[in-house]
Design a protein around this ligand. Structure first.
Ligand code: AGP
Length: 613
C-alpha cells in the first residue's frame, strides 16, 4: 500500500519526511516523492524505484529551511510505476499538491469532465484527479475546497493536501485508507499512513476515522466531519510499540498482519467491479469484448504454488457456471509440454508477483501460439501485466510475508468475479444464481472480520497439541480439495513439517496406510454436495484410531462426534467455502510455525518471488 508522511512545524521538514517514508518501506512501493513549501513556492522531487533514489536527488536540499511538506511512497494501482506517476501530484497552477493512498473508482468520469473543462493532466494516475478537483473548488479556503472536491469522489482515500495560499496548513482526509496524526506538546504536527512514520518524532497519535478531515498547523490541529465541517473531538493515544513492531502495526509477523488484512483486501478486490444490488460484474480491464468472450472454446489456467491452488478452485467454478472446459497446469510443466492452443483458447496466468519465471514463460508460449492471455496479478506494472492482453488486478496490497495469504484469497475473489462475469456474458449463469453468489461474496469481508479473532484463539489451542507432529495429512473434496493442498503447503513452507494435501476420496487408494496416532489428519467437511462422502472418509480414519482435526459448519454435531479437535465456520454458499475455509488453515500453520520458533515471514530456502527456473 502507498505510504504518506506530512509535517508542519518548526523543524526542517525534509529529513523528517524522508525518515518517515523509510519507516513505511515495509508496505512495499515502486516510486517515491516529496514536496516542501518555501518562499511561497512548492518544490517537488520524485523518483522511480527505491527511496535512496529520491534521497540522492534531494541531497542539495536536505537541510533546506522549510517547515512544511508532504512525502509519498507509491504502490501502483493505476498507471505503471514511473517518476511521472509518482506522487505528489499538482493541479494546473502548480500551487496545490496532493498525495493519496487508495482507489478513486470514478476517476475516469471525473477526469473526462475536468479535461473537458480545460484541466491538463500530466500522469496516468487516479490521484491527479483530486488535485484538479480541489483546484476547481478553491476559492481562498483550502479546507472548504477539499471538502467539496472529495464529495464528488467514489472510492477510498487517505489524502494529504498543501497549497501555497495557506503556507502554514496541511489538510488530511480519510475514507477507508488509514491516516494517523502525530501530535506533540510545543507544536508541530505529522500525518502518516501508519504509525511507524511518526515514532521518531512522537508517540502521541490521533487516529482519523472514515469521513473525517484534519487541519494541521504549526502549533495546533483540529478534526472535523468531512461532509459537514462539524468539529470532532478525538482521543490522543500513546503508542508503546517499538519501530520494528510498528511496521507490523503491532502484529508479531507480517504474515499474521496480512491474514487479518484479508477482509479489506477481498473488499478492495471486488469493489467497483460488482453491483451489490444485481450481483452484476464488470471487468473492463479484461481487454476482451463480449463477442470475443463468447467465442472462447476453452480456458487454460497456469500458475505455480499457491496461485496454482487458486487455479484448481477456479476450474470447479468456471466449469460449473460457465460450462466451458478448463485445464489447469503447473507452469513449470506447461512451459515444456506440447500445448494445443489457438486463438479460441483463453489462457489465464495467475501470479501474485507477476514475475514468476515459470508462469511468465507459460504466458509467453501461450501468446506465441496465438492464445488470448489475461493475467490475474497483484503487482501493477509487473512483467506479466505488461505482456498479457488483459489484466485482472487483485487489490491485496503488497504481500510481505513469503507465505501467500491475502493474495491467495484475493486471487480466488478475482476468479470468482471472472466466473460471474463470464457466466452472465455467455448466458450460462442465471441472474438469480448470479445474485445469490454475489451476495455470498459480498458477505465474506464482514464474516471474516468477525471470525478471525475467534479462529486465531482456537487454532492456537490446536497448534499446541500438534506442533510437534512430523507429518500431517490434509483432506478435501470437490471445490475444497485445492484448499487441502493449500493448507498443506502453508504448513510445510513455514513450519517445515511434512504435510500432504489429498483428495478425500483418494484416502483408501493408499494414504490410509499412513493412519496412526502420530499423524494428524485435517479434513474439510463443509455441508456441501459431497459432505456425506467426506464424513464416510473421516469415519474410516476414526475406525483406525487416526487423530482428526475437522473444519466444518457451525452446529454440525459430527465435528465433535468424530473429530479429536474441530473448528467451526459460519454457513456460506458451498462455492465460496474455499475462500472462507482457507483462513483457519492459514492461522493453524502460522500458530504451529510460531510455536516451533520458525521464521514465519522469511522461511528457510524460500523467496517471495521465484524469478528463476
Ligand atoms: C505461496 O505461499 C508460496 N510462497 C509460493 O508457492 C507462491 O505461491 C509461488 O511461488 C507463485 O508465486 P506468484 O503467485 O508470485 O507467481
Amino acid at each position: 500500500m502507498c505510504g504518506i508522511v506530512g509535517y508542519v512545524g518548526k523543524r526542517r521538514v525534509v529529513p523528517i519526511i524522508l525518515e518517515g517514508l523509510k519507516r513505511l518501506e515495509y508496505r512495499g512501493y515502486d516510486s517515491a516523492g516529496l514536496v516542501y513549501l518555501q518562499d511561497g513556492k512548492l518544490h517537488k522531487y520524485r523518483s522511480e524505484g527505491k527511496l535512496a533514489n529520491l534521497e540522492e536527488k534531494m541531497e542539495a536540499v536536505a537541510d533546506i529551511n522549510s517547515g512544511i511538506g508532504l512525502g509519498h511512497t507509491r504502490w501502483a494501482t493505476h498507471g505503471a510505476p514511473s517518476e511521472r506517476n509518482a506522487h505528489p501530484h499538482t493541479d494546473c497552477t502548480g500551487e496545490l499538491v496532493v498525495v493519496h493512498n487508495g482507489i478513486i473508482e470514478n476517476y475516469h468520469l471525473l477526469r473526462d469532465g475536468l479535461q473537458a473543462r480545460g484541466h491538463i493532466f500530466k500522469s496516468e494516475t487516479d490521484t491527479e484527479v483530486l488535485a484538479h478537483l480541489i483546484e476547481e473548488h478553491l476559492d481562498g479556503d483550502l479546507v472548504s475546497a477539499v471538502r467539496k472536491a472529495v464529495a464528488l469522489v467514489e472510492g477510498s482515500f487517505g489524502l494529504g493536501v498543501m497549497w501555497t495560499g495557506e503556507p502554514d496548513t496541511l489538510v488530511a482526509a480519510r475514507n477507508q485508507s488509514p491516516l494517523v496524526l502525530g501530535v506533540k506538546e510545543g507544536g508541530g504536527c505529522l500525518m502518516a499512513s501508519d504509525i511507524p512514520a511518526l515514532l521518531p518524532y512522537t508517540n502521541q497519535v490521533v487516529f482519523l476515522d472514515d469521513q473525517e478531515l484534519a487541519v494541521l498547523g504549526r502549533k495546533s490541529w483540529r478534526v472535523e466531519e468531512l461532509a459537514t465541517g462539524k468539529p470532532v473531538s478525538k482521543e490522543i493515544h500513546s503508542i508503546d510499540w517499538n519501530a520494528a513492531m510498528a511496521e507490523k502495526a503491532g502484529y508479531k509477523h507480517f504474515m499474521l498482519k496480512e491474514i487479518y488484512e484479508q477482509p479489506q483486501a477481498i473488499l478492495n478486490t471486488y469493489r467497483g467491479r460488482i453491483d451489490p444490488e444485481t450481483g452484476g460484474v464488470d471487468l473492463p480491464e479484461i481487454g476482451l469484448n463480449e463477442e470475443q468472450l463468447r467465442g472462447i472454446e476453452r480456458i487454460a489456467l497456469v500458475a505455480c504454488g499457491t496461485s496454482w491452488h487458486a487455479a484448481l478452485v477456479a476450474k470447479y467454478w468456471l466449469e460449473k457456471w460457465v460450462g466451458i472446459p478448463v485445464e489447469v497446469d503447473i507452469a513449470s510443466e506447461f512451459r515444456y509440454r506440447r500445448l494445443l492452443l489457438n486463438d479460441k483458447v483463453l489462457v489465464i496466468p495467475i501470479s501474485q508477483s507477476g514475475e514468476t519465471a515459470d508462469t511468465l514463460a507459460g504466458l509467453r508460449r501461450a501468446k506465441a501460439m496465438g492464445a488470448t492471455v489475461v493475467t490475474i496479478c497483484n503487482v501493477v506494472g509487473s512483467t506479466m501485466t505488461r505482456e498479457a492482453d488483459g489484466v485482472i488486478y487483485t487489490h491485496a496490497g503488497p504481500e510481505i510475508g513469503v507465505a501467500s495469504t491475502k493474495a491467495f484469497t484475493c486471487q480466488l475473489t478475482a476468479l470468482f468475479l471472472l466466473t460471474l462475469y463470464l457466466g452472465r456474458v455467455r448466458q450460462t449463469l442465471a441472474a438469480a444464481d448470479c445474485h445469490e453468489l454475489a451476495q455470498g461474496l459480498l458477505s465474506l469481508p464482514a464474516m471474516l472480520e468477525k471470525e478471525l479473532p475467534r479462529l486465531q484463539k482456537e487454532t492456537a489451542v490446536i497448534a499446541e497439541e500438534f506442533a510437534k507432529s512430523r507429518d500431517f495429512l490434509y483432506l478435501g473434496r470437490g471445490v475444497n480439495f485445492p484448499i487441502a493442498l493449500e493448507g498443506a503447503l502453508k504448513l510445510k513452507e513455514i513450519s517445515y513439517i511434512h504435510a500432504e494435501g489429498y483428495a478425500a476420496g483418494e484416502l483408501k487408494h493408499g494414504p490410509i496406510a499412513l493412519v496412526d496416532r502420530e499423524m494428524p489428519i485435517l479434513a474439510l467437511v463443509p455441508k456441501d454436495g459431497v459432505y456425506e462422502k467426506v464424513i464416510s472418509n473421516v469415519e474410516e480414519v476414526k475406525a483406525r484410531r487416526g487423530r482428526l482435526i475437522l473444519v466444518g459448519n457451525e452446529g454440525d454435531s459430527n465435528l465433535a462426534r468424530i473429530g479429536d479437535s474441530w473448528l467451526s465456520l459460519p454457513d456460506i454458499h458451498e462455492d465460496l467455502a474455499p475462500i472462507l475455509y482457507t483462513v483457519p488453515l492459514q492461522l493453524l500453520s502460522y500458530e504451529i510455525a510460531s510455536l516451533r520458533g520458525c521464521d514465519v515471514d522469511q522461511p528457510r530456502n524460500l523467496a517471495k518471488s521465484v524469478t528463476v527456473e
